[in-house]
Design a protein around this ligand. Structure first.
Ligand code: HEM
Length: 396
């Protein structure tokens, strides 16, 4: 006998997070998981979709790319590779992305962006107060991507373009019909074409040069594909990392003891970051398309249904995590799904982690304390972030 999916509306259920009235998403997911592991999200727009909540169901679906396809492109939208591809098409593009985030490349970017982070933090600290999200997290993560791409002088072009794209998609996911309008890609394409020309003349080890040097099925990639890959890097790498930075800085701003502990024990900053990524996962979900009728935990899901893997829920599933809603620095290491699971698992994780760790190291070093001084604004789903975060700083 089939079971009915739970009615689920993330924007409404997480509304209390928007201005900080609720501490996090764990309570909502735990309550849902108590009742079942499959939800139905029906906004009344004729485009209902399913959501998975249990870690086990999410893991199975993430590993079964034949039944849960990543080819989820809304009409009129360019397809982003490797994100919106299944194997075997996905495999060579994904290999190419893996090469862009090798340890020596991350070390090069870290060495270049650390002085920049220091300079920006010093400026905010000297001023005494700042909106940490808008004045640091977003510009800094964009700048870091530009250093990876070796186009740091043009970072404001990337910043303006990517924030426009993000605003256009802020309220939903690509499965809810929220297309990325093709005309907005038109604004960046001539610039990226120029960038490709320059990398051809003067190749290096940056991602654009790697994309140009690659062959797939015996042929080089054409410029349209390379442009798409660069766009994928920017769209996938900027706001996710900025969210990771803001979520942890918010937690520290609200918890002076944790701040003091990490100032005294900087070697624990990575643990603090991993626990923040688990409990306040920046990318709460990723979409899939169900290719064949399936039944998950008794719920029948028809072929053709959009479905969300709620990674944020997997990260607080009490069937796997002890005291899941608690932020616990001493939690025994167990893999969280903040970077996804399976073959689409985030290739940019080393770059994202480096930027979060570096920011906390430099911020703690430069301050005696920092405090929240006014109302915050958060985005909650599909991305959990802090968009406005007024802080005051006491210099070290
Ligand atoms: C804290 C920061 C980050 C978080 C939380 C994050 C999260 C994720 C997640 C959950 C996925 C899985 C997608 C899926 O299951 O469909 C993913 C994929 C991806 N991420 Fe990240 N990401 C972060 C940083 C970055 C950075 C810095 C880059 C690159 C500059 C990047 C590039 C990508 C790409 C290209 C994919 C698609 C991989 C594929 O389809 O094979 N991410 N990310």
């Amino acid at each position: 006998m089939s079971t009915t999916a739970l009615a689920w509306n993330p924007e409404a259920e997480f509304a209390a997070l928007r201005h900080g009235e609720a501490p996090g998403t764990a309570g909502v997911y735990e309550a849902l998981l108590h009742q079942g592991s499959v939800g139905l999200l029906d906004r009344g727009d004729g485009n209902p979709s399913y959501g998975l909540f249990s870690r086990e169901a999410i893991q199975k679906a993430a590993l079964d790319t034949a039944t849960f396809s990543s080819v989820t492109v809304p009409p009129g939208t360019p397809r982003i590779l490797p994100l919106m591809a299944d194997p075997p098409e996905h495999t060579p593009y994904r290999r190419l992305f893996g090469e862009c985030f090798k340890a020596d490349e991350i070390a090069r970017v870290e060495a270049e962006v650390r002085p920049l982070a220091a300079e920006w933090l010093d400026r905010m600290i000297a001023a005494g107060s700042a909106d940490f999200s808008q004045e640091y997290a977003y510009p800094f993560t964009t700048h870091s991507l530009c250093v990876l791409l070796r186009v740091e002088d043009d970072w404001s072009i990337f910043n303006d373009w990517s924030s426009t794209m993000e605003k256009l998609t802020a309220s939903g996911s690509r499965n809810s019909g929220n297309a990325l309008p093709a005309e907005h890609f038109g604004k960046i394409i001539p610039y990226l074409g120029k960038l490709i020309g320059e990398a051809r003349q003067n190749p290096g080890t940056d991602p654009v040069s790697r994309f140009l040097a690659a062959e797939i099925d015996g042929s080089p990639l054409d410029d349209q594909i390379v442009i798409g890959l660069i766009i994928a890097l920017i769209l996938a790498g900027r706001s996710t990392t900025a969210s990771g930075v803001t979520n942890l800085v918010l937690r520290l701003a609200q918890n002076p003891e944790l701040q003091a502990f990490l100032r005294a024990h900087p070697e624990r900053i990575s643990d603090a970051m991993e626990e923040s990524l688990r409990l306040d996962s920046p990318q709460q979900q990723m979409p899939r398309m169900v290719t064949t009728d399936v039944t998950i935990d008794g719920v029948d899901i028809p072929a053709g249904s959009p479905l969300f893997l709620n990674y944020g829920s997997a990260n607080v599933d009490p069937a796997f995590w002890d005291r899941p809603a608690e932020y616990d620095l001493d939690r025994p290491t167990r893999p969280h799904f903040a970077f996804g699971r399976g073959m689409h698992q985030c290739p940019g994780a080393p770059l994202g982690r480096m930027q979060i760790r570096l920011t906390i190291e430099e911020l703690l070093k430069r301050t005696r304390s920092f405090t929240l001084t006014g109302p915050i604004e958060r985005d909650t789903w599909p991305r959990l972030s802090v968009e406005r975060m007024p802080l005051t700083f006491v210099p070290a």
